[in-house]
Design a protein around this ligand. Structure first.
Ligand code: AP5
Ligand code: MG
Length: 393
C-alpha cells in the first residue's frame, strides 16, 4: 500500500484503515459506529417483539456492556427494569478462563423474565457462570443478548438468544470493551493489529525540512531519507500526483497551486493524517513543504502526539530570493511544473512563503527545535550541514 516517495491518497479514501495505539498495543479500525447502531436496532426489534407485556428485567454485565446496554435500552419500547452486575474475566489480551463471582446482584429475580446484556461472548465461561447464579434465584426465563459473539470459540450449550454482531476470535476494543482498562470510550470497534510496531518517540526521528520555494527541500529530503531510512512526505509531490491522476483532490488543488497560493489547510492536514495512519512501522518522517501555516503546525503536533511521537527538529534552508528565482526558472525549463513556468507565479510563491510560512520559524523556535542552515553551496555541502545538525540533536 505504501510508496516511500509518494503517500498518494484521495480524499474519498480518507475513511480507510485507521490505526490507533492503546497502551503498548496497536489496533486497527474494525466496525464503525453505524455498523454497531444498525446491529443494535435489529436486536432491539427482536426483543421488543418477544418481551412486550412481560416486564422483563435486563441485567447489564459491567463494565463492558455499559454502552451497548444504554443504546439497547433506548430502543426498547415497553415497560422494563434494568440492573447491572459485575464480573471480571479478562486479564490482558488472553481469556484467562477464570470467571469470578457476580457482584451487585440484589434484584429479586423470582418469577421474572431475565435478559442478560453482555458486550461480548467468546468461550462462554462468563455466560455459564451468570446462568448458574441466576438460575438459583428462580426466574421464569433467562436469555442472553450480546453485542458481539465469537461462534468459533464458544464452547457451551447455553443458547445466546440475541446476537448483534458475530465476529472472528480476535481481540477487539472500543464501544465499552477495553484493553487493560483503556479504550472503552471509543465509539467504534478496533481489532488488535497483526502489525504491532508503531515506533515510540525514542525510536523515531521526525524532521521538518523547511524553506522557501527552490531552497532545496526536495533535493535534500531524498538524500536524508536514504541516509536515515525515513519516510519522505512531500505535500507538493502528493498534490502534483493527484493533479496528474485527475482526482477530485487534484482538481481542487490545481487552482491554488497554479497561482502560487496555498491549498486549504484542511485538505493538506487530512492528507498528512492519512500518511501517518498508513505508516505505523517506520523509523520516522521527513516532512517537506509541510507545515506551511500555524494551523498546519498545530495539527502536525497533535497528530504526532496521537502516534506517541513528535518533531525532533525543524531544519530551515536559507537561500536568498535571487538564487531561488534563478534555480526555479532553470528547473522550469524541463520540470513540467506549471508553477515553475511563470515568473509572477514564482514571485507569488515566495511572497506567500514570507507571509504565511516563514512565521513558523518562531513557532519551532519557541519549542527549541528551529535550526537555520545555509542552503547555498553544492548539494553535498548543504547535506553535510544538515547531517551535522541532525547528529547534534
Ligand atoms: P512544493 O512542491 O512544496 O514546492 P515549493 O515549496 O515551492 O518548493 P519546491 O519544490 O519548488 O522547491 P524545493 O525547496 O523542494 O527545492 P528543490 O529541491 O526542488 O509546493 C508546491 C505548491 O503546492 C505550493 O505552492 C502550494 O500551492 C501547494 N502546497 C504544497 N504543500 C502545501 C501545504 N503544506 N499547504 C498548502 N499548500 C501546499 O530544488 C529546487 C531546484 O534547485 C532544483 O532544480 C534543484 O535541482 C536545485 N537545487 C537544489 N539544491 C541546490 C543547490 N544546493 N545548488 C544549486 N541548485 C540546487
Ligand atoms: Mg520540493
Amino acid at each position: 500500500m505504501f510508496n516511500s516517495y509518494f503517500c498518494s491518497l484521495l480524499l474519498n479514501q480518507l475513511s480507510s484503515l485507521k490505526r490507533i495505539k492503546i497502551q503498548d498495543k496497536v489496533f486497527e479500525s474494525y466496525l464503525s459506529e453505524k455498523d454497531i447502531q444498525d446491529a443494535i436496532l435489529k436486536v432491539a426489534k427482536e426483543i421488543n417483539k418477544k418481551y412486550r407485556g412481560k416486564k422483563p428485567v435486563f441485567l447489564g454485565v459491567l463494565n463492558g456492556s455499559f454502552l451497548f446496554a444504554a443504546d439497547l435500552m433506548k430502543a426498547i419500547d415497553f415497560d422494563c427494569e434494568i440492573s447491572f452486575v459485575k464480573v471480571a474475566s479478562y486479564v490482558g489480551t488472553q481469556s484467562s478462563g477464570q470467571v469470578r463471582q457476580l457482584l451487585g446482584l440484589d434484584q429479586n429475580l423470582q418469577g421474572r423474565h431475565v435478559v442478560v446484556v453482555e458486550d461480548i461472548v467468546d468461550t462462554g465461561n462468563t455466560v455459564e457462570a451468570i446462568y448458574g447464579l441466576i438460575k438459583n434465584m428462580g426466574p421464569s426465563s433467562i436469555s442472553f443478548a450480546t453485542l458481539l459473539f465469537k461462534p468459533k470459540v464458544y464452547s457451551k450449550d447455553i443458547k445466546i438468544d440475541y446476537v448483534a454482531l458475530e465476529i472472528e476470535p480476535d481481540f477487539v476494543v472500543g464501544y465499552g470493551l477495553d484493553y487493560d482498562g483503556y479504550g472503552r470510550n471509543l465509539n467504534s470497534l478496533y481489532v488488535l493489529s497483526e502489525k504491532q510496531s508503531i515506533k515510540t518517540n525514542e525510536d523515531m526521528m521526525n524532521i521538518v525540512l523547511f524553506g522557501p520555494p527552490g531552497a532545496g527541500k526536495g533535493t535534500q529530503a531524498m538524500k536524508l531519507k536514504d541516509k536515515y531510512h525515513l519516510v519522505h512526505i512531500s505535500t507538493g509531490d502528493i498534490l502534483r500526483k493527484e493533479i496528474k491522476d485527475g482526482s477530485d483532490l487534484g482538481l481542487q488543488a490545481k487552482g491554488f497551486m497554479d497561482k502560487g497560493e496555498l491549498v486549504p489547510d484542511e485538505v493538506v492536514i487530512e492528507m498528512i493524517e492519512n500518511c501517518l495512519n498508513e505508516n505505523g512501522d517506520v523509523n520516522g518522517f521527513i516532512f517537506d513543504g509541510f507545515p506551511r501555516t500555524t494551523e498546519q503546525a498545530l495539527a502536525l503536533d497533535n497528530l504526532l502526539q496521537k502516534h506517541n511521537t513528535e518533531i525532533d527538529s525543524m531544519l530551515s534552508l536559507e537561500v536568498d530570493d535571487e538564487e531561488l528565482v534563478d534555480r526555479i526558472i532553470k528547473r522550469g525549463r524541463d520540470s513540467g511544473r506549471e508553477d515553475d513556468k511563470n515568473e509572477s507565479v514564482i514571485f507569488n510563491r515566495i511572497i506567500t512563503y514570507n507571509k504565511k510560512t516563514a512565521p513558523l520559524k518562531e513557532y519551532y523556535n519557541k519549542q527549541g527545535k528551529y535550526n537555520s542552515i545555509k542552503g547555498i553551496g553544492t548539494v553535498e555541502e548543504v547535506l553535510d550541514r544538515l547531517t551535522k545538525v541532525i547528529g547534534a540533536n
